[in-house]
Design a protein around this ligand. Sequence first.
Ligand SMILES: [Zn+2]
Ligand SMILES: [Zn+2]
Length: 148
Amino acid sequence: MEAAMHALIREAEALCLRTGVTFTPPRRRVLELLAASKIPMKAYDLISQAGADGHPFKPPTVYRALEFLCQLGLVHRIEQDATFVACCHSGHTQPVALFVCNSCLKVTEVAYPNVAKVLENAAQAQGFQVESIVVEGRGQCAPCAQAA
Ligand SMILES: [Zn+2]
Ligand SMILES: [Zn+2]
């Protein structure tokens, strides 16, 4: 296991301990798979790979694990193509914008609290009650842009 993956698993263990929830084997397995993957994964791929060692996980188990990990901020869901990616730094719950590279599919996270606030205020000015805001982008990451 890579150091980054170790750190993410340790963070998940600490978060679960703090909030009094159990870091169940499916939750751990899904997080390990996502942390090992360099690119976002579809739930379908996680379901097939999670059971690759002979202990199959039922699809609802994997979906629930993903929901749990997303709530903790350890995993992010990319809405535009319904994929999941392990958080690239400490788990967090503040909004992040996810930029997906069209060439290598790597995800760059950008914190954007001010943008979220601006959008929320604009929507509320129209009387809209905001429940969630998603900011996603596509393009070229720094190494790919340089190679082009
Ligand atoms: Zn993150
Ligand atoms: Zn790239």
